[in-house]
Design a protein around this ligand. Structure first.
Ligand SMILES: [Mg+2]
Length: 387
């Protein structure tokens, strides 16, 4: 079992975006009056800056800090690249957040060597491909692997062999165990249980009386290094689609094409939100007669841009046989999804439309859905209820 965790992820990505920040105390967080720190570089941590600390306080203790607002689009792109590197080593990857994941590498040893070898390969590849260092814990259970990666941060690797688990866990404070929050911590400190070895030495019936049988069993087992949870691999969505049933059948091409443009835009914005690009787009047209026509097109480059999807579905629509069909339902579906981390694709394509649509995403996040749209849809929104 491996736990892989990128070091000071958001702050590290900000340094990649602006290399002049390297070596400086970089603090990513809400810059408004009530903002909190979401990530701090190790230079900033030396001043005592921590995640979840109010930004106002961080400014006080780290007056030389460089404060930047979060850029989730950049973090998501780097996170996708990170996930691709992990998936190249095993399909059993369980992402916990944008910057950490568990890996079950039991089936990968024939290809890549024993788990410490795999961990070393992953560390080198993540640094090369993502541009951010990571720390890796290697252990026979999930929670020990997680504690091990925390222990060796930043840019480290710690292997805890099965017969070394108790020695590793013993001296750690009980608060480091999953499931020990403030309340449980208070109960344990009344029992003078401070370390994990104290907990392992406490008879379970005593814990059960104060914490309930289930919680007591769980904690006792963790304290003895027992954790049988496996990796739950992430499953990528197979498709993203959107369809519209009209209140009254529609028979003019202009209206139908405008609807396809709107549907393409919705599908693209969901692809971007989920961090995918699509290779294939399918148009569905249900006629008033209930006959359903579906047509697909595979594009040269995977895309998350509505204008690209629309261009493909508009071609498909125009190639339908006959004319003046009465349409009851239109749908646009994207399949052949690939993670959007491979940024070279975007560079090859020039990204003009992508930039415009990403700006729309940001406006809609601030002002609500429908507040920004291509000019050709403005007309549709004026008569928005005619369907
Ligand atoms: Mg991290």
């Amino acid at each position: 079992m491996l736990h892989v965790d990128l070091d000071a992820f958001y702050a590290s990505v900000e340094v990649l975006k602006d290399p002049s920040l390297a070596g400086r105390p970089v603090i990513v967080g809400g810059v408004g009056g009530r903002g909190v720190v979401s990530s701090a570089s190790y230079e900033a941590r030396e001043y005592g800056v921590r995640s979840a600390m109010p930004t106002v306080r961080a400014r006080r203790i780290c007056p030389d800090g460089v404060f930047v607002p979060p850029d989730f689009e950049a973090y998501k792109a780097h996170s996708n690249r990170f996930r691709e590197v992990l998936l190249a080593h095993t399909p059993l990857v369980e992402p916990i957040s944008l910057d950490e994941a568990f890996l079950d590498v039991g089936g990968a040893t024939m290809l890549f060597g024993d788990p410490p070898n795999i961990a070393a390969r992953i560390r080198a590849e993540v640094e090369r491909e993502v541009g951010v260092t990571c720390s890796v814990g290697v252990a026979s259970t999930k929670f020990v692997a997680k504690l091990a990666s925390d222990h060796c941060k930043p840019n480290g690797m710690l292997v805890v062999p099965a017969d070394g688990v108790l020695a590793f866990l013993g001296p750690l404070p009980v608060g480091r165990l999953w499931g020990v929050g403030k309340k449980t911590g208070d109960v344990l400190s009344r029992l003078a249980v401070r370390t994990i070895s104290d907990l392992a030495a406490t008879p379970e019936p005593i814990l059960a009386r104060l914490l309930g049988a289930q919680h007591a069993t769980h904690l006792s087992q963790l304290a003895q290094g027992i954790d049988d949870r496996g990796v739950v691999p992430y499953e990528a969505p197979k498709s993203v689609g959107n369809e519209e049933t009209f209140e009254h059948d529609v028979d003019d091409d202009e209206t139908l094409l405008r609807e396809l443009l709107a549907l393409s835009g919705n599908v693209a914005s969901r692809l971007r939100a989920d961090g995918y690009r699509a290779r294939t787009v399918t148009m569905k047209v249900r006629l008033a007669t209930f006959t359903t026509l579906t047509r697909s097109k595979t594009m040269a480059d995977a895309t998350d841009v509505g204008a690209d999807l629309y261009r493909a579905v508009a071609d498909l629509y125009k190639a339908l046989p006959g004319q003046r069909r009465r349409v009851r339902l239109l749908g646009v579906q994207a399949t052949g999804l690939v993670p959007a981390g491979a940024e070279q694709l975007a560079l090859l394509r020039g990204e003009r439309w992508g930039d415009v649509e990403r700006a729309i995403d940001r406006i809609e996040q601030r002002f609500g859905s429908g507040s920004a749209m291509p000019a050709s849809l403005l007309d549709r929104s004026k008569h928005g209820h005619q369907f």
